[in-house]
Design a protein around this ligand. Structure first.
Ligand code: BGC
Length: 723
């Protein structure tokens, strides 16, 4: 081992400098390319020293890595995969609830553990890097990718995403079970106009700094070492072409030391879809100079850039910087010490311990939206139960987006999917059957299809409901109504689902609706007519066990919505942190209030908030405030309450949201028990970006609002004054 770069006792920087000095231009540019296996590895590894492959089959990681290690310098590949809510492309892996679902737990520790487990499963299949977490702010539910988000609040997103980065990356990247996280899509990708995937986002730099950048700043401060740029453009500049964003802000101002990855074929889109580059070569040059370091799925980049450097058109220093960033991460990850090269078959994938965490995650993700007359939890002696609806026994809808690898047809239909998780997934029907003493008391009828209105069997469902003492109808959306390029112009229930619900309602059998859906749907009819509603989102492998546990009261639901439900699509946007100033404050034909607001969620018990107090009411900008509140369990069940702290900057030089989440905590209480919850609020977190683009805390009055949801009626208020 004579070469310096192979010496693990040296620092990653020393090793990087040495390795870079030995590399040809071709080898450097090769490291900056990432492709899938439709590109021949014999050419791309042996001749071009490609830096990374993505989304390959796990056995291929081993073959390809060995090939890479045999090249002149033996630089290992870094394998990336979309392990977004578990290592879901891998059959039999643990599928956790979607990010949106898990965000409703408001539990960073849980998310960290989920990411830790995902990292274990990922590394044990030879991959080193996940393209997650997703930090897009989900403010327009028409957008296809809402299920991937942590909802609509920047503060909560920053908290949960940082927890996941800690979980994926562990204490040190070099730990045997740590993988590299790749927060995405930088930045404001969820804000594209009309909910249209990858379209233009109309966001000023001030709004970027106020709302969209803070979650990314949080993960950079946590220590993430790669970031994926978004497809879309902001104010005319595609993110992959935005040197202010990638270089001036991310790398210089924030001091980000990792590397930037483009999204899929994003260089090509600059030329072919966004038309900011007349040729692909122009696009490649723009992307490189803007600060992208690794290019996903643009094979042409390789020849184009080598030629430009050799002709002196681009300075070699540009690729030296990009390549060094990539190599540095490879060294720190331990790839040169053979990380991810598997020696034996692993018992880690989908193991019992991981399943238990998936159950815990699913339980904490569920949100009880309605429970009239305490219909839930169900009594043990309830007797016959009709379990109805297209999502009652539907593992594909239940697992949601990014669970089934690459789907070849476009747009994908549910029928295109090969369900490699079916045997490991407990559907809602399975879970209920397992939970009741006598499975023959369950009368199951699908009733209708999510998509096809012709495919229905509603009469049989009505029959079952009439024979039963309660009807649990599981409706929602499907895999093919969520994801990239799958934006919706309507959020109403599809197929004959509404007809099914209406028919069951007419039987007068008590109606419980369980929702399996990737995003908020417009369900005012359900809100009015169902006796109980349980929002389950895409609850993962263990979703059926979790839903059954909540329905029967083995677990008291504690999830709170992280995204508001509109009553009607025309009401959008309905996110809670709106700007003030709307004349009239409502539509003439509809209230402004969402159907269910951010932060809302019921429990089988009730909580009383009292005695809101602040450690002091007069503060300087550098000080920290402690906000305290007493919370009492006034019902009959033990329960957990998620306590939320919002702030309203009363008067400021620029408009600021009517309220903004600045803290949260959860408290577990036995019936009759009362506890004091303390929330810490650094005054620096009350800053705004003024019209000059400067971040500052402006003196004056701030309202502190604490309670169990973002709704005014659920919040107690106190004022503080900052000097
Ligand atoms: C998506 C990314 C994803 C990548 C690789 C893109 O189309 O926007 O989120 O990581 O594909 O699969």
């Amino acid at each position: 081992m004579s070469e310096v770069y192979r010496d693990p006792s040296l620092s990653a920087s020393e090793r990087t400098i040495d390795l870079l000095s030995r590399m040809t231009i071709e080898e450097k540019v090769g490291q900056m390319c990432q492709l899938d296996l439709s590109h021949d590895p014999k050419i791309w590894i042996k001749e071009r020293n490609i830096g990374s492959y993505l989304n390959v089959k796990w056995k291929d990681t081993q073959v390809l890595q060995k090939m890479a290690l045999e090249t002149r310098l033996g630089i290992p590949l870094i394998f990336g995969v979309d392990a977004v809510h578990g290592h879901c492309f891998h059959d039999g892996a643990t599928v956790f609830p979607s990010q949106l679902a898990m965000s409703c737990s408001w539990n960073p520790e849980l998310l960290e553990e989920v990411a830790r487990i995902t990292a274990r499963e990922v590394i044990h299949t030879g991959f080193h890097w996940t393209f997650a977490p997703i930090l897009c702010i989900g403010r327009d539910p028409r957008w296809g990718r809402i299920s991937e988000t942590f909802g609509e609040d920047p503060f909560l997103i920053g908290n949960l995403a940082s927890a996941m980065v800690r979980g994926y990356q562990g204490k040190s990247l070099s730990d045997p079970e740590s993988i590299l996280a790749c927060p995405k899509h930088f930045v404001a990708y969820g804000e594209t106009i009309g909910g249209r995937d990858s379209a233009e986002a109309e966001v000023s730099r001030r709004k970027l700094r106020s709302i969209f950048l803070p979650p990314f700043k949080a993960v950079v401060d946590t220590g993430c070492d790669s970031i994926m740029a978004g497809y879309h453009s902001i104010d005319g500049t595609p993110c992959s072409a935005n040197s202010w964003l990638l270089k001036d802000l991310l790398k210089k101002e924030w001091g980000f030391k990792g590397f930037v990855l483009t999204d899929w074929a994003n260089i090509n889109w600059l030329h072919e879809m966004q038309y900011i580059a007349p040729t692909l070569a122009d696009a490649a040059e723009i992307a490189l100079l803007a600060g992208n370091d690794m290019m996903m799925s643009t094979p042409e980049f390789y020849n184009i850039i080598i030629k430009m450097i050799k002709e002196g058109h681009i300075d070699e220093k540009v690729i030296d910087d990009a390549c060094s960033r990539i190599l540095n991460v490879k060294f720190r990850l331990g790839l040169f010490e053979q990380k991810g090269l598997l020696t034996s078959d692993s018992k880690v994938i989908g193991c019992l311990k991981h399943k238990k965490k998936a159950l815990e995650a699913a339980l904490q993700s569920l949100v009880l939206l309605k429970n009239d007359n305490d219909l839930l939890p169900l009594k043990e002696n309830i007797g016959k139960i009709a379990v109805l609806g297209p999502n009652a026994d539907n593992s594909i809808a239940q697992l949601g987006d990014w669970s089934f690898g690459k789907v070849l047809n476009w747009p994908p239909q549910d029928s295109d999917i090969v369900d490699g998780h079916k045997d490991n997934t407990v559907t809602i029907l399975d879970g209920i059957k397992k939970r009741v003493k006598d499975p023959s008391s369950i009368l199951y009828v699908k009733g209708c299809d999510v998509l096809n209105p012709e495919d229905q069997d509603i009469q049989k469902a009505v029959q079952a409901a009439m024979e039963a003492n309660v009807a649990i109808v599981v409706v929602g959306d499907s895999y093919s109504l969520n994801g990239e390029r799958k934006d919706r112009a309507s959020l109403d229930l599809t197929g004959a689902q509404h007809k099914l619900l209406d028919s069951i309602k007419r039987t007068e059998t008590p109606l419980i609706v369980v929702l399996i859906n990737g995003k908020p749907l417009t369900i005012p009819w359900i809100a009015e007519n169902a006796d109980a509603i349980l929002e389950a989102w895409n609850p993962g492998n263990e979703g059926g066990n979790a839903v059954a546990a909540v329905l029967f009261g083995d677990f008291n639901p504690s999830g709170k919505l992280t995204i508001s439900f509109p009553r009607h699509i025309g009401q959008l946007p309905v996110y809670y942190n709106q700007m003030p100033g709307w004349h009239g404050g409502k539509y003439v034909d509809m209230d402004a209030e969402p159907l269910f607001p951010f932060g809302y969620g019921l429990s089988y018990t009730s909580f009383q908030y009292s005695n809101l107090r602040c450690s002091t009411t007069e503060l300087q900008k550098h000080e920290v405030l402690t906000v305290s509140i007493d919370i009492k369990n006034t019902g009959n069940h033990e329960g957990t309450e998620i306590v939320q702290l919002y702030v309203n900057d009363k008067y400021s030089s620029v408009t600021t949201p009517i309220k903004e989440l600045k803290g949260f905590s959860s408290v577990n209480l036995h019936p009759g028990e009362e506890k004091c919850v303390n929330l810490v609020l650094p005054i620096s977190s009350l800053s705004l970006i003024n019209s000059e683009g400067v971040e500052c805390v402006e003196p004056g009055e701030f309202e502190i609002l604490v309670g169990g949801s973002s709704r005014d009626n659920d919040l107690l208020k106190k004022s503080i004054f900052v000097h």
